[in-house]
Ligand binder design. Structure first.
Ligand SMILES: Cc1ncc(COP(=O)(O)O)c(C=O)c1O
Length: 416
């Protein structure tokens, strides 16, 4: 008789984890009020709900300004444009992230220079950043991946020394704090996504945070077709319509009210998981960096040792966990294997010196490759909204899959 649920055995979890997004009458009322007002769009920018959310979220993270817009991809493009980054410039991004992080420099006209991540956190490796800097480098875009934050101490110091801007990709990190400073408030800009699966969501949407008054004005202008935002109406920029409508903004206002409690709940369950995972054979825990002073995560990430799972990779282990009722995914392949991202990346008009960074055949990211192709397992946020039981089911399922590794199907290809 097979043991694993993927082969017909009894799953560890018979019931689903709590669904996402969470909503109640407050959301219905907020949207209804907007519908009845007739003020559905995002013009004039920002609308009343957009402004309320921008203020509340910026205050929670500790920034002077928030700029709400269509999604967490154009946020990064707008940030780079507001910083004046474009043709001929280089922007350093990590090899393990969603395609949007590298898309943004390309959309603003710059070249994304991809570097490997560090083994301890799978976030951008500051040594690799430093080695990739040329006289055309203008910015670093660290990604606060999963439950981690990039090493902002070192990145801030490198950026200062080389006169570079920092745009933090915080799509996974609303709520996180690094030594008491909010994610997205450390660099010139922080970019957040409010897409459906993210932990502060309105289905679609994105926010830029900044402490710089001029940069905030410029970002507001770029998302509003370039309209001037200074009181004298002097500074016009080159922009497009990236505004978010009021229906979405109203959902974010309510979502923000719930957010702190949800964040605490996930962090508490995350700590329990971190302790319990240490005892599961074949699992390498990657504890949250101790400089994270408020822990708030979208996915919790750990590594498996394929040898302990009969030589099978993360993709097979995630499929087995899913069958056991645990929402687990491989998420990102390393950037050089990202089908979604080719052939655009390899067709960029680049100088010869960049060939080893932009020709996927010649790129080498040993840490991101090991993570994306063999080791990484991302647990979804709802695992951490079902108390101790939700956590213990993960431990039981992983232990069961490892113990019955001989039942796992043969090695699989690369997920996209
Ligand atoms: C790391 C990262 N950056 C950027 C994005 C882009 O956000 P959006 O889907 O809102 O454009 C995402 C979300 O999918 C993400 O995971």
């Amino acid at each position: 008789m097979p043991e694993l649920a993927m082969n017909g055995g009894t799953p560890v979890r018979a019931t689903s984890y709590p669904s996402w997004p969470v909503w109640d009458d407050r959301d219905v009322e907020a949207v209804t009020t907007v519908v009845k007002s007739g003020n559905w769009g995002g013009f004039p920018e920002p609308g009343p709900n957009a402004e309320r959310f921008e203020e509340a979220f910026a205050a929670y993270q500790g920034a002077r300004h928030g700029v709400l817009m269509a999604n967490g991809t154009v946020t990064m493009e707008v940030a780079l444009k507001a910083l004046g980054i474009g043709w001929g410039d280089e922007v350093i991004v990590p090899a393990l992230t969603f395609a949007a992080t590298a898309y943004a420099p390309m959309a603003s006209g710059a070249v994304p220079v991809i570097v490997d991540v560090e083994p301890r956190t799978w976030t951008i490796d500051p040594d690799q950043v430093e080695a990739a800097i040329t006289d055309r480098t203008r910015a670093i875009m660290p990604v606060h991946l999963g439950h981690q934050m990039a090493d902002m101490d070192r990145l801030e110091e490198i950026a200062r020394r080389h006169g570079l801007a920092v745009v933090e990709d915080c799509a996974h990190a609303p709520g996180q704090q690094w030594r008491g400073r909010g994610a997205g408030c450390i660099g010139e800009f922080g970019s957040f996504s409010h897409q459906s699966s993210k932990i502060l969501t309105s289905g679609e949407g994105g926010t830029l945070l900044t402490n710089d008054d001029d940069l905030a004005g410029r970002a507001h202008s770029i998302v509003d077709c370039g309209r001037a935002k200074d009181p004298d109406e002097k500074e016009f920029t080159f922009g497009a319509n990236y505004r978010l409508g009021e229906l979405h903004a109203a959902l974010l206002v309510v979502g923000m009210e719930r957010f702190p409690e949800q964040q605490r709940e996930r962090a508490e369950a995350g700590k329990e998981l971190e302790r319990s995972l240490a005892d599961v054979p074949g699992v390498r825990v990657m504890p949250a960096d101790e400089r994270i002073t408020r822990w708030s995560f979208y996915n919790y990430i750990f590594a498996i040792d394929p040898d302990a799972f009969g030589g099978r990779t993360n993709e097979v282990v995630c499929a087995a966990l899913e069958a056991e009722g645990i929402p687990a995914e491989v998420q990102y392949p390393p950037m050089n294997r990202y089908e979604l991202f080719q052939p655009s990346l390899s067709r960029l008009p680049v100088a010869v010196e960049h060939a080893d960074r932009l020709d996927p055949q010649r790129m080498s990211f040993p840490v991101a490759e090991a993570a994306g192709l063999r080791e990484s397992v991302y647990l979804m946020e709802n695992v951490f909204r079902d108390g101790s039981q939700g956590v213990q089911d993960v431990v039981e399922a992983l232990t069961k899959v490892q113990r019955n590794a001989d039942e796992l199907p043969g090695a699989a290809g690369v997920a996209q």
